[in-house]
Design a binder for this molecule. Structure first.
Ligand code: FE2
Length: 409
């Protein structure tokens, strides 16, 4: 059956099991004419009305502005569109951006100038998507392809930086600038020989010095290019500076490190740690955030690090999570104010075998298939228990909502 409800900024989709008196019902998942209700829109005044709704619907739309029950407001989705709706656009943006980054980097290798105007245009699409719902691009940024690390890392840092800036409620202009800076922060790696860039064992002193030169190379490449936003020079040059003055290339004291470089440094470290690199396996989001927390005040700006951890949350979109009953799922989205209770799609049964996929929203439903209470036990890196995020995205992530047969491509 086709899902019939649509959400907007002022309405929230609530399963009938979560209905309470004082909620204003503005939509049903069946046509009004097929329901026993005379009015298209009413405030729930009795338990009988809740029972009637539970009889005929799986989900209803509740209008937050018209509800007198304040629990409604707490559950309100604050994104302009649901993550499932944004995924298709986000997929296209990701493909376009990756192709552009690879083309631009190749052109620099050939000695051409970098086309900053093309970067600015592409970045606008990324920021548009992040502003509609950051979970979509962030979920896709969890899909990592080791062979395309530099291009994907650049893109992911741009997305994470833009989403973090949105979380910090920065003006649009600053979000655009930061997304631009994030995309080009490591452009200097083009000048680092592959033998160093792809080395699987520890660097020698000389190799480390060669690798660290990517910050100076980046600044030089951007200085010689067209259409470059000035803060990108600072970020390319200073994103490895540390708060304790032990960073490179200049060992700047904390008050001299540009603010944008401090922001990009967090996104850079988080994406790098959650990716499989030639010399290190991917860490789970939780492990990466723990490391950021432990290094706040020495490597990272303390306040920004704490805000970044709050922004990513313990269970970011795309996380592989193991439930207390042994089931395994993928996080689809986390509500901004209830990050410990995300929506997940369950893909493995308690014995870690493939199972019928189902979506549960832990805000409303914390029971497993047997009716027992369950919650998230821990996060795992992509690929754990044979769950590879890219496979689910490639085959069209199935979202089995009650009353719906949507597939998310
Ligand atoms: Fe770097």
């Amino acid at each position: 059956m086709q899902k019939t409800v649509n959400t907007s900024m002022t309405t929230v989709e609530i399963p009938v099991s979560g209905l309470e008196k004082g909620m204003y019902v503005s939509g049903l998942d069946i046509p009004w004419l097929k329901s026993p209700f005379m009015y298209q829109g009413f405030e729930i005044e009795s338990k009988d009305q809740i029972a009637e709704l539970q009889e005929v619907c799986n989900y209803v739309l509740v209008d937050v502005r018209k509800s007198t029950n304040k629990n409604t407001e707490r559950g309100m989705e604050t994104y302009a569109v649901p993550v499932e709706e944004e995924l298709e656009a986000a997929n296209g943006i990701r493909d376009t951006t990756k192709a552009m980054v690879k083309r631009l980097f190749h052109e620099i290798e050939l000695g051409k100038e970098l086309d900053g105007h093309a970067v600015q245009e592409t970045v606008l699409d990324t920021v548009d998507s992040v502003l509609r719902n950051p979970n979509a691009l962030m979920l896709l940024s969890q899909i990592k392809n080791k062979d395309e690390y530099t291009a994907e890392h650049s893109m992911n840092v741009s997305i994470l930086t833009a989403a973090f800036a949105r979380h910090l409620k920065m003006p649009r202009k600053h979000i655009d600038e930061l997304a631009f800076c994030g995309l080009l922060h490591d452009v200097g790696k083009i000048r680092v020989p592959d033998t160093v860039l792809n080395k699987e064992t520890k660097f020698t002193k000389t190799e480390l010095a060669v690798m660290r030169k990517h910050t100076s190379h980046g600044r030089q490449i951007l200085l010689a290019s067209n259409g470059i936003l000035m803060p990108a020079l600072d970020v390319a040059f200073s994103h490895h500076e540390r708060l304790d003055g032990q960073g490179y290339p200049r060992g700047l004291p904390k008050e001299h490190i540009p603010q944008y470089a401090k922001v990009v440094a967090l996104a850079d470290a988080y994406d790098a740690m959650t990716s499989t690199r030639c010399y290190e396996a991917a860490r789970s989001p939780f492990e990466a955030l723990t490391i950021i927390f432990d290094n706040r005040g020495t490597q990272f700006d303390t306040k920004l690090a704490e805000l970044f951890i709050e922004f990513v949350g313990v269970y970011p979109a795309g996380s592989i999570v193991e439930m207390s009953n042994g089931e395994v799922g993928i996080v689809l989205s986390a509500h901004p104010t209830q990050k410990l209770k995300p929506r997940i799609i369950v893909v493995r049964d308690p014995q870690k075998q493939a199972c019928t996929e189902r979506v549960i929203d832990l805000r409303w439903d914390d029971s497993d298939f047997a009716g027992n209470k369950c919650g998230i036990k821990q996060t795992h890196p992509d690929g754990s228990f044979g769950v590879h995020l890219h496979e689910y995205m490639n085959k069209g992530l199935r979202i089995d909502m009650p009353g719906s047969s949507e597939a998310v491509a």
